[in-house]
Design a protein around this ligand. Sequence first.
Ligand code: U5P
Length: 274
Amino acid sequence: MKQYHDLVKHVLENGNEKGDRTGTGTKSVFGHQMRFDLSDGFPMVTTKKLHLKSIIYELLWFINGDTNIKYLQENGVRIWNAWADEKGDLGPVYGHQWRNWNSDEIDQLTDVIDTLKNNPNSRRMMVSAWNPSVLPDTSKSFSENVANGKAALPPCHAFFQFYVADGKLSCQLYQRSADIFLGVPFNIASYALFTMMIAQVCGYEAGEFIHTFGDAHIYNNHVEQLELQLSRDVRPLPKMKINTAIKSIFDFKFEDFELLDYNPHPHIKGAVAV
Ligand code: U5P
């Protein structure tokens, strides 16, 4: 994961000192891109331990179009707890926009898979989670926004596009805002896995995951943790084994994934800016 370490170094050395919504303060750059060839191994950072379980369950939850945290909680995943209302609802966040865009019964995920199978040269294979009509009113609480039919949070991974060449499927994500220490390692693993799953069900090899950023930032209270991480040696990437019997994106279960040869350095704690 040299790409990740290079991003960390670049932002520590060249980032703009910038205030932010959470009051924490950041070092930030605008515009950056990393490329991961998925045949090199599964891009999970090795210089700190990441838990894959949350990533897999969250991805299956997006794919199902679910926006209530009940399913995540039943599976021990807490990453969305801070934003849900008393019924566990988050409003029309990722899963809703992917499967039922703007509540107009536009299933972007099914449509893009259809195009990938039938017209892979298309330059229109995009899925957008960004929907200006449901962005939250920041003067209101998360649950007030949800009660008004708005999303609890604006999406960070805003939209993605697929590309097929030489029998390989690649995916490029545009992430408008990226917490380099806590969010980015999860976001990379999540979209890398998603790319592999889409490739499998469409009959392609997995090509590259290309991660494009808007505001890529290091929170001031994560600098020490990242310096520790940079001091550690980068280890070989693990491999991801996916049950090859699955032929529909909607049929994957947690048990269909197996991470092999992941030998990371110990976990590093850091506070989340809410
Ligand atoms: N964030 C991520 N990845 C995610 C979700 C959130 O990095 O998947 C981070 C953003 O980078 C930012 C915060 O630090 O959460 C959301 O704040 P804002 O950009 O909406 O102000």
